[in-house]
Design a protein around this ligand. Structure first.
Ligand SMILES: Nc1ncnc2c1ncn2[C@@H]1O[C@H](COP(=O)(O)OP(=O)(O)OP(=O)(O)O)[C@@H](O)[C@H]1O
Ligand SMILES: [Mg+2]
Length: 283
Protein backbone atom coordinates (compact mmCIF):
# COMPACT_ATOMS: atom_id res chain seq x y z
CA UNK A 1 0.00 0.00 0.00
CA UNK A 2 1.48 3.37 -1.02
CA UNK A 3 1.81 5.86 1.83
CA UNK A 4 0.19 8.67 -0.19
CA UNK A 5 -3.60 8.68 0.17
CA UNK A 6 -5.31 7.95 -3.12
CA UNK A 7 -8.09 10.30 -2.04
CA UNK A 8 -7.68 13.09 0.47
CA UNK A 9 -10.18 15.60 1.84
CA UNK A 10 -8.83 18.61 3.69
CA UNK A 11 -11.28 20.88 5.57
CA UNK A 12 -13.88 20.36 2.86
CA UNK A 13 -16.93 22.56 3.21
CA UNK A 14 -20.08 23.01 1.19
CA UNK A 15 -22.96 25.44 1.51
CA UNK A 16 -26.28 25.60 -0.24
CA UNK A 17 -27.20 29.26 -0.03
CA UNK A 18 -26.74 30.11 3.63
CA UNK A 19 -26.95 26.47 4.72
CA UNK A 20 -23.48 25.09 5.43
CA UNK A 21 -24.07 21.36 5.07
CA UNK A 22 -20.41 20.25 5.19
CA UNK A 23 -18.31 21.91 7.88
CA UNK A 24 -14.69 20.97 7.38
CA UNK A 25 -14.36 17.31 6.47
CA UNK A 26 -10.91 15.71 6.73
CA UNK A 27 -10.48 12.22 5.36
CA UNK A 28 -7.62 10.12 4.01
CA UNK A 29 -8.42 7.08 1.90
CA UNK A 30 -5.49 4.78 1.24
CA UNK A 31 -5.25 2.47 -1.76
CA UNK A 32 -7.15 -0.74 -1.09
CA UNK A 33 -9.08 0.70 1.85
CA UNK A 34 -12.81 0.31 2.35
CA UNK A 35 -14.22 3.38 4.08
CA UNK A 36 -17.88 3.54 5.03
CA UNK A 37 -19.76 6.72 5.87
CA UNK A 38 -22.60 6.33 8.33
CA UNK A 39 -24.82 8.84 10.06
CA UNK A 40 -28.36 10.15 10.34
CA UNK A 41 -30.37 11.43 7.39
CA UNK A 42 -29.28 14.89 6.34
CA UNK A 43 -25.87 14.65 8.00
CA UNK A 44 -24.10 15.28 4.69
CA UNK A 45 -22.98 11.79 3.63
CA UNK A 46 -24.18 12.03 0.03
CA UNK A 47 -22.90 15.58 -0.30
CA UNK A 48 -19.48 14.53 0.98
CA UNK A 49 -19.39 11.61 -1.44
CA UNK A 50 -20.45 13.78 -4.39
CA UNK A 51 -17.74 16.33 -3.51
CA UNK A 52 -15.18 13.52 -3.81
CA UNK A 53 -15.58 13.50 -7.59
CA UNK A 54 -16.87 17.07 -7.99
CA UNK A 55 -20.37 16.01 -8.95
CA UNK A 56 -21.01 18.62 -6.29
CA UNK A 57 -18.59 21.56 -6.24
CA UNK A 58 -17.19 21.95 -2.72
CA UNK A 59 -16.51 25.54 -1.78
CA UNK A 60 -14.06 25.26 1.11
CA UNK A 61 -10.93 23.19 1.52
CA UNK A 62 -9.44 20.76 -0.92
CA UNK A 63 -10.05 17.35 -2.43
CA UNK A 64 -6.93 15.63 -3.75
CA UNK A 65 -7.05 12.59 -6.01
CA UNK A 66 -3.69 10.85 -6.36
CA UNK A 67 -2.02 14.09 -5.34
CA UNK A 68 -3.90 16.27 -7.83
CA UNK A 69 -6.30 19.00 -6.73
CA UNK A 70 -9.86 18.29 -7.85
CA UNK A 71 -12.03 20.94 -9.45
CA UNK A 72 -10.00 24.11 -8.86
CA UNK A 73 -6.88 25.63 -10.30
CA UNK A 74 -5.40 26.48 -6.91
CA UNK A 75 -5.70 25.37 -3.31
CA UNK A 76 -6.12 28.88 -1.81
CA UNK A 77 -8.94 29.64 0.58
CA UNK A 78 -10.29 32.71 -1.18
CA UNK A 79 -12.43 32.59 -4.30
CA UNK A 80 -10.88 30.16 -6.71
CA UNK A 81 -11.07 29.57 -10.43
CA UNK A 82 -12.73 26.37 -11.50
CA UNK A 83 -10.56 23.98 -13.40
CA UNK A 84 -11.28 23.42 -17.09
CA UNK A 85 -13.66 20.57 -17.95
CA UNK A 86 -10.83 18.67 -19.62
CA UNK A 87 -8.55 18.94 -16.60
CA UNK A 88 -11.38 18.10 -14.19
CA UNK A 89 -12.16 14.98 -16.24
CA UNK A 90 -8.51 13.97 -16.14
CA UNK A 91 -8.16 14.43 -12.36
CA UNK A 92 -11.38 12.54 -11.58
CA UNK A 93 -10.70 9.77 -14.09
CA UNK A 94 -9.61 7.23 -11.41
CA UNK A 95 -12.93 7.66 -9.57
CA UNK A 96 -16.25 6.03 -10.49
CA UNK A 97 -19.62 6.39 -8.79
CA UNK A 98 -22.43 3.95 -8.09
CA UNK A 99 -25.76 5.66 -7.44
CA UNK A 100 -28.53 4.83 -5.00
CA UNK A 101 -31.16 4.89 -7.79
CA UNK A 102 -28.93 3.08 -10.34
CA UNK A 103 -29.27 5.95 -12.88
CA UNK A 104 -29.44 3.62 -15.89
CA UNK A 105 -30.75 4.96 -19.20
CA UNK A 106 -34.10 3.20 -19.72
CA UNK A 107 -34.04 3.44 -23.52
CA UNK A 108 -30.67 1.71 -23.81
CA UNK A 109 -29.77 -1.97 -23.42
CA UNK A 110 -27.67 -3.13 -20.51
CA UNK A 111 -24.65 -3.45 -22.81
CA UNK A 112 -25.16 0.07 -24.19
CA UNK A 113 -25.52 1.46 -20.66
CA UNK A 114 -22.19 -0.03 -19.61
CA UNK A 115 -20.46 0.83 -22.90
CA UNK A 116 -21.57 4.49 -23.02
CA UNK A 117 -19.14 5.96 -20.47
CA UNK A 118 -16.24 4.23 -22.22
CA UNK A 119 -17.21 5.72 -25.56
CA UNK A 120 -17.80 9.15 -24.03
CA UNK A 121 -14.91 9.58 -21.67
CA UNK A 122 -12.27 7.24 -22.96
CA UNK A 123 -12.90 7.68 -26.67
CA UNK A 124 -12.15 4.06 -27.43
CA UNK A 125 -13.37 2.02 -30.40
CA UNK A 126 -16.86 0.58 -30.11
CA UNK A 127 -15.56 -2.99 -30.37
CA UNK A 128 -13.06 -2.52 -27.54
CA UNK A 129 -15.62 -0.66 -25.40
CA UNK A 130 -18.11 -3.50 -25.84
CA UNK A 131 -15.60 -6.16 -24.94
CA UNK A 132 -14.65 -4.24 -21.77
CA UNK A 133 -18.34 -3.75 -20.97
CA UNK A 134 -19.03 -7.47 -21.40
CA UNK A 135 -16.11 -8.30 -19.11
CA UNK A 136 -17.54 -5.92 -16.48
CA UNK A 137 -20.98 -7.52 -16.85
CA UNK A 138 -19.41 -10.93 -16.41
CA UNK A 139 -17.71 -9.67 -13.24
CA UNK A 140 -21.16 -8.98 -11.73
CA UNK A 141 -22.69 -12.17 -13.19
CA UNK A 142 -24.91 -10.47 -15.76
CA UNK A 143 -23.32 -11.05 -19.16
CA UNK A 144 -26.44 -13.02 -20.15
CA UNK A 145 -28.51 -9.83 -19.69
CA UNK A 146 -26.44 -7.71 -22.09
CA UNK A 147 -29.29 -7.38 -24.60
CA UNK A 148 -32.02 -6.70 -22.00
CA UNK A 149 -33.40 -3.28 -21.08
CA UNK A 150 -33.24 -2.02 -17.49
CA UNK A 151 -37.02 -2.37 -17.06
CA UNK A 152 -36.66 -6.10 -17.72
CA UNK A 153 -34.32 -6.52 -14.75
CA UNK A 154 -34.91 -6.74 -11.01
CA UNK A 155 -33.68 -3.89 -8.83
CA UNK A 156 -30.74 -5.98 -7.66
CA UNK A 157 -29.78 -6.77 -11.25
CA UNK A 158 -30.10 -3.09 -12.21
CA UNK A 159 -27.75 -2.12 -9.41
CA UNK A 160 -25.29 -4.80 -10.50
CA UNK A 161 -25.40 -3.20 -13.97
CA UNK A 162 -24.73 0.14 -12.23
CA UNK A 163 -21.68 -1.45 -10.60
CA UNK A 164 -20.57 -2.95 -13.94
CA UNK A 165 -20.85 0.48 -15.55
CA UNK A 166 -18.58 1.91 -12.85
CA UNK A 167 -16.16 -1.03 -13.14
CA UNK A 168 -15.91 -0.83 -16.92
CA UNK A 169 -13.91 2.40 -16.78
CA UNK A 170 -11.36 0.53 -14.66
CA UNK A 171 -11.50 2.90 -11.70
CA UNK A 172 -9.02 2.98 -8.86
CA UNK A 173 -11.61 4.26 -6.38
CA UNK A 174 -15.32 3.51 -6.32
CA UNK A 175 -17.81 5.76 -4.55
CA UNK A 176 -21.07 4.03 -3.64
CA UNK A 177 -24.04 5.95 -2.29
CA UNK A 178 -26.37 3.60 -0.41
CA UNK A 179 -26.09 1.01 -3.17
CA UNK A 180 -28.70 -1.29 -1.62
CA UNK A 181 -31.20 1.10 -0.10
CA UNK A 182 -33.54 1.15 -3.11
CA UNK A 183 -33.77 -2.65 -3.14
CA UNK A 184 -36.24 -5.16 -1.75
CA UNK A 185 -34.72 -6.96 1.24
CA UNK A 186 -34.28 -10.20 -0.75
CA UNK A 187 -32.27 -8.34 -3.39
CA UNK A 188 -29.84 -6.72 -1.00
CA UNK A 189 -27.57 -9.73 -0.60
CA UNK A 190 -26.78 -10.17 -4.30
CA UNK A 191 -25.48 -6.60 -4.47
CA UNK A 192 -23.60 -6.83 -1.17
CA UNK A 193 -21.93 -10.00 -2.36
CA UNK A 194 -20.68 -8.23 -5.52
CA UNK A 195 -19.33 -5.39 -3.36
CA UNK A 196 -17.72 -7.92 -1.03
CA UNK A 197 -15.97 -9.59 -3.96
CA UNK A 198 -14.67 -6.22 -5.22
CA UNK A 199 -13.31 -5.58 -1.74
CA UNK A 200 -11.61 -8.98 -1.77
CA UNK A 201 -9.98 -8.02 -5.09
CA UNK A 202 -8.50 -4.92 -3.40
CA UNK A 203 -10.74 -2.22 -4.89
CA UNK A 204 -10.61 1.04 -2.94
CA UNK A 205 -14.13 2.03 -1.96
CA UNK A 206 -15.91 4.82 -0.13
CA UNK A 207 -19.47 3.77 0.60
CA UNK A 208 -22.40 5.44 2.25
CA UNK A 209 -24.53 2.77 3.85
CA UNK A 210 -27.21 2.10 6.41
CA UNK A 211 -26.30 -1.62 6.38
CA UNK A 212 -24.50 -1.54 9.70
CA UNK A 213 -23.63 -5.25 9.86
CA UNK A 214 -22.16 -5.08 6.39
CA UNK A 215 -20.22 -1.91 7.26
CA UNK A 216 -18.91 -3.59 10.40
CA UNK A 217 -17.68 -6.60 8.47
CA UNK A 218 -16.30 -5.03 5.31
CA UNK A 219 -14.79 -1.69 6.40
CA UNK A 220 -11.23 -0.82 7.21
CA UNK A 221 -12.44 2.54 8.47
CA UNK A 222 -15.88 3.76 9.50
CA UNK A 223 -16.74 7.46 9.55
CA UNK A 224 -19.71 8.68 11.57
CA UNK A 225 -21.10 12.01 10.39
CA UNK A 226 -23.56 14.32 12.06
CA UNK A 227 -24.66 17.80 10.96
CA UNK A 228 -21.95 18.14 8.31
CA UNK A 229 -19.09 17.06 10.53
CA UNK A 230 -17.17 13.90 11.28
CA UNK A 231 -17.98 13.05 14.87
CA UNK A 232 -15.96 9.85 15.10
CA UNK A 233 -13.89 7.73 12.76
CA UNK A 234 -11.86 4.60 13.24
CA UNK A 235 -11.90 0.85 12.84
CA UNK A 236 -15.24 -1.00 12.91
CA UNK A 237 -14.27 -2.49 16.27
CA UNK A 238 -13.74 1.01 17.66
CA UNK A 239 -16.89 2.56 16.25
CA UNK A 240 -19.33 -0.29 16.61
CA UNK A 241 -17.82 -1.85 19.71
CA UNK A 242 -16.36 1.01 21.67
CA UNK A 243 -17.88 4.27 20.49
CA UNK A 244 -16.60 7.31 22.32
CA UNK A 245 -19.49 9.70 21.83
CA UNK A 246 -22.98 9.52 23.20
CA UNK A 247 -24.27 10.64 19.80
CA UNK A 248 -22.83 7.59 18.03
CA UNK A 249 -24.02 5.27 20.81
CA UNK A 250 -27.50 6.73 20.40
CA UNK A 251 -27.32 6.34 16.60
CA UNK A 252 -26.23 2.70 16.86
CA UNK A 253 -28.62 1.69 19.64
CA UNK A 254 -31.55 0.62 17.42
CA UNK A 255 -29.22 -1.51 15.32
CA UNK A 256 -27.59 -3.10 18.37
CA UNK A 257 -30.98 -3.74 19.93
CA UNK A 258 -32.18 -5.40 16.71
CA UNK A 259 -29.01 -7.43 16.31
CA UNK A 260 -29.08 -8.93 19.79
CA UNK A 261 -32.64 -8.56 21.00
CA UNK A 262 -32.10 -10.50 24.22
CA UNK A 263 -29.12 -8.53 25.46
CA UNK A 264 -28.99 -5.03 26.85
CA UNK A 265 -27.33 -2.39 24.73
CA UNK A 266 -24.57 -1.99 27.27
CA UNK A 267 -23.82 -5.70 27.12
CA UNK A 268 -23.87 -5.47 23.33
CA UNK A 269 -21.43 -2.61 23.31
CA UNK A 270 -19.10 -4.55 25.57
CA UNK A 271 -19.26 -7.75 23.58
CA UNK A 272 -19.03 -5.80 20.34
CA UNK A 273 -15.71 -4.42 21.44
CA UNK A 274 -14.43 -8.00 21.52
CA UNK A 275 -15.25 -8.43 17.83
CA UNK A 276 -17.43 -6.70 15.30
CA UNK A 277 -19.17 -9.93 14.33
CA UNK A 278 -21.57 -9.12 17.15
CA UNK A 279 -23.97 -7.31 14.87
CA UNK A 280 -24.74 -10.60 13.31
CA UNK A 281 -28.00 -9.95 11.51
CA UNK A 282 -28.16 -11.99 8.35
CA UNK A 283 -27.14 -10.46 5.05
N1 LIG B 1 -29.01 20.28 -3.95
C1 LIG B 1 -29.27 20.69 -2.70
N2 LIG B 1 -29.76 21.93 -2.47
C2 LIG B 1 -29.99 22.37 -1.22
N3 LIG B 1 -29.77 21.63 -0.10
C3 LIG B 1 -29.29 20.39 -0.26
C4 LIG B 1 -29.01 19.85 -1.57
N4 LIG B 1 -28.52 18.59 -1.43
C5 LIG B 1 -28.50 18.35 -0.10
N5 LIG B 1 -28.95 19.42 0.60
C6 LIG B 1 -29.06 19.52 2.06
O1 LIG B 1 -27.79 19.18 2.59
C7 LIG B 1 -27.94 18.43 3.78
C8 LIG B 1 -27.16 17.14 3.65
O2 LIG B 1 -27.81 16.34 2.67
P1 LIG B 1 -27.24 14.92 2.21
O3 LIG B 1 -28.09 14.47 1.09
O4 LIG B 1 -25.78 15.02 1.98
O5 LIG B 1 -27.50 14.05 3.52
P2 LIG B 1 -27.35 12.48 3.74
O6 LIG B 1 -26.53 12.31 4.97
O7 LIG B 1 -26.89 11.83 2.50
O8 LIG B 1 -28.85 12.03 4.09
P3 LIG B 1 -29.64 10.67 3.74
O9 LIG B 1 -29.16 9.63 4.73
O10 LIG B 1 -31.07 11.03 3.95
O11 LIG B 1 -29.35 10.31 2.31
C9 LIG B 1 -29.42 18.26 4.01
O12 LIG B 1 -29.83 19.23 4.92
C10 LIG B 1 -30.02 18.50 2.65
O13 LIG B 1 -31.30 19.04 2.75
MG1 LIG C 1 -27.75 10.46 1.20
Amino acid sequence: MSSLPILQLRAVGKSYGGNRVLKGIDLDVMRGEIVTLIGPSGSGKTTALRCMNFLEAYDEGEVWIKGQLLGYRSSGRTSRDRDSEASLAEVRRPVAMVFQQFNLWPHMTVLANVTAPLLLSKKMSKALAQSKALAALERVGLEHKAAAYPSQLSGGQQQRVGIARALAVEPEVMLLDEPTSALDPERVEEVLSVIRSLAQDGMTMVMVTHEMSFAAKISDKVVFMEAGQIVESGSPAQLFGNSRTQRLQQFLKPWLDRSLPFATTTACMTSASAGVEVGNVSH
